[in-house]
Design a protein around this ligand. Structure first.
Ligand SMILES: Cc1cc2nc3c(=O)[nH]c(=O)nc-3n(C[C@H](O)[C@H](O)[C@H](O)COP(=O)(O)OP(=O)(O)OC[C@H]3O[C@@H](n4cnc5c(N)ncnc54)[C@H](O)[C@@H]3O)c2cc1C
Length: 282
């Protein structure tokens, strides 16, 4: 199906893009287009204007600043996958990036687009939660910074207002070990369940573990019960078994043609256990 007709603008600055968003009520940001264009073709959304942010160079790139890694929202999945800085400073992000779609998707799709889209099966939301990312959002009155924990408000929804743009994402750059494990839908490659885990440990004692899950429920979440069961304790296989066994407690898992809720719930437990075992060697 063809999309409904729309006007197209490609501004060269964030200020210009915000001005366009404000002066055209029914407008939408176009980043990599790999979620938006399929939705346009299915006529799930019919904006009157698309504002293409791919010409705004300030939204692209990866740099280190005050110990953090700053990633422009229009940076592609592939640029993150290929970044030596990300590989060294954020093993979790480096582990996730190559698992998104295929190489064509990764060349077009963007970090910020994935977060702003908030697909329940999207991979980046889990990583953003696990590393406590800070998301910088620009609007007519300046910028505001939102923690990942407060950013996702439900299926396909975030705190970004219609006249705002996600400009950059800040993640810790301390090299904390992390891993993303994904049970891929065989047809689409999206996560049936994906788990993003970071863990620091010292002389057999767990410092801090973070566990975030995508694909299982309508919005990605932190498995805080399992995290609390681990933090500060001595590493043992029994401890990891116990924590993982409770990682899906209280969840209302999604059920669809790809996987029933009980299967997703079981995947959460199994994959959290595998990720913990890999990072904590138990
Ligand atoms: C075949 C295929 C396979 C895929 N496989 C995977 C996969 O395995 N895992 C996965 O996570 N994703 C997958 N995707 C989705 C892909 O990662 C998309 O690139 C991503 O979800 C959206 O990013 P985008 O840059 O393409 O955003 P777009 O499609 O351009 O935009 C998506 C939405 O976000 C809004 N938006 C975009 N950027 C901003 C911004 N900076 N500020 C405010 N709003 C913004 C847009 O207005 C739109 O509503 C796949 C897509 C395809 C087509």
């Amino acid at each position: 199906m063809h999309p409904a007709p729309f006007a197209y603008k490609a501004p060269h600055s964030v200020a210009e893009a915000i001005q366009l968003l404000r002066s055209h009520e029914d407008s939408k940001i176009l980043a990599g287009g790999h979620s938006l264009i399929p939705a346009l073709k299915l006529r799930l959304t019919q904006p009157a204007m698309l504002i293409d942010i791919s010409k705004i160079s300030s939204l692209r790139g990866i740099r280190r600043e005050n110990g953090k890694i700053i990633i422009g929202s229009a940076t592609t999945h592939r640029e993150i996958e290929k970044s030596h800085l990300v590989a060294e400073a954020s093993p979790l992000l480096a582990s996730l990036a190559p698992q998104i779609g295929d190489v064509q998707v990764r060349h077009r799709g963007t970090f910020g687009g994935s977060l702003a889209h908030a697909d329940p099966a999207g991979d980046w939301p889990a990583a953003a939660l696990a590393v406590d990312a800070e998301l910088v959002i620009a609007g007519a009155h300046g910028t505001r910074t939102v923690h990942a924990a407060d950013f996702f408000t439900g299926m396909l929804t975030t705190v970004i207002h219609p006249d705002e743009i996600l400009t950059e994402i800040r993640v810790p750059g301390d090299g904390t070990p992390g891993i993303y494990l994904k049970h891929r839908n065989a047809a689409s490659g999206y996560a049936t369940v994906g788990v993003a885990v970071t863990a620091s440990h010292d002389h057999g004692h767990i410092g801090k573990v973070t566990i975030a899950v995508t694909g299982a429920t309508s919005v990605a979440f932190r498995a805080s019960g399992a995290e609390h069961a681990l933090n500060g304790h001595a590493v043992s296989a029994h401890l990891l078994d116990e924590a993982a066994a409770h990682a899906a407690d209280g969840l209302e898992c999604l059920s669809d043609i790809h996987a029933p809720a009980a299967y997703r719930s079981q995947l959460v437990k199994v994959m959290v256990r595998r990720a913990l075992g890999t990072l904590l060697h138990a």
